[in-house]
Ligand binder design. Structure first.
Ligand code: G1P
Length: 292
């Protein structure tokens, strides 16, 4: 079947205030999980879903992201001369896997506003949005799962995860009716509700597919939580006019937006690596024994 979603937006303009001092002069999206910048995992997920046209919404001090996805001829030459074939292929892959474009969010007015910066580039096509502070490890990349959900109704779909009740206020939460194959028909979206207000414990998990009409709704959205233009509030407006869906994806989500989760994710990803797992495991066992 032809892939009708060809484009994605990756918002990456935020200051990274939860990652200071590391994020003072380098983008938080470049902080590595093991040896790979977090934003590279996110791009790889989009590419694995057949998306090759990626728009990154960036802000100040984000040059390193541009350089990471550009070719580095000097480095390639050096690796070639040293016969480091594996590293060379990996480096070339970064700059060739997708066509990456950049647009600047001039004022940090929230996630909805960041997505609106992609309007011209997305045109009248449906598109995916992948948030860079979330990695999702899944047999079928979660963006690919969402595309399959989109293909069914040709309406917007967001990834959903059940979270413990007491954590709902960290997320956008839906009110919806369960259909089949993990799909929910959504009636309402609420950004960061209190535990008492939350209509469910189904949280929006940082991956979306939108029909282009979402831009009209973002334009109508007034500042919400934290005084920001929230994408969840735009979705709330849109769902009054047209069907929108949620998908309980298959896979494991790793939040990397705060220091503790970032450290956990690093350890988990390192333990998945053949070249590191054995030694790291031994080290962790020793560490735990010493701290008992
Ligand atoms: C954003 C969204 C929220 C979503 C979350 C997922 O919040 O606004 O709806 O549940 O990402 O990570 P943020 O984490 O940027 O505060």
């Amino acid at each position: 079947m032809k892939n009708t979603i060809r484009k994605a937006i990756i918002p990456a303009a935020g200051f990274g205030t939860r990652f200071l001092p590391a994020a003072k002069s380098q983008p938080k999206e470049m902080l590595p999980i093991v040896d790979t910048p977090t934003i590279q995992y996110v791009v790889e997920e989009a590419v694995a879903a057949g998306i090759r046209d990626i728009l990154m919404v960036i802000g100040k001090s984000k040059r390193a992201i541009e350089e990471h996805f550009d070719r580095n001829f000097e480095l390639e030459k050096e690796l070639e001369e040293k016969g480091k074939v594996g590293d060379l292929a990996a480096i070339r892959h970064i700059s060739s896997m997708a066509n990456i474009h950049f647009v600047w969010q001039k004022e940090l007015r929230g996630l909805g506003d960041a997505i609106l910066c992609g309007r011209d580039h997305m045109g009248r096509e449906p598109f995916a949005v992948l948030l860079g502070d979330t990695l999702i490890d899944a047999k079928t990349p979660v963006t690919k799962q969402l595309l399959a959900g989109y293909e069914r109704y040709h309406e917007s779909v967001c990834a959903l995860e059940e979270v413990p009740r007491e954590k709902v206020s960290r997320y956008g939460v839906i009110k919806g009716t369960r259909m089949q194959d993990g799909l929910y028909l959504v009636e309402d979206f609420v950004e960061k509700p209190s535990v008492a207000e939350a209509p469910s414990n189904l949280a929006i998990a940082g991956r979306y597919v939108f029909t282009p009409e979402i831009f009209d709704y973002i334009e109508k959205t007034t500042p919400g939580k934290n005084g920001e233009i929230q994408i969840t509030d735009a979705m709330r407006l849109m769902v009054r006019d047209r069907a929108m869906y949620g998908l309980r994806f298959e896979g494991t989500r790793y939040d990397i937006g705060n220091k503790l989760d970032f450290l956990r994710t690093n350890i988990i990803y390192a333990l998945k690596r053949k070249d590191l797992a054995k030694d790291l495991h031994a080290f962790l066992r020793q560490l735990v024994a010493e701290h008992k």
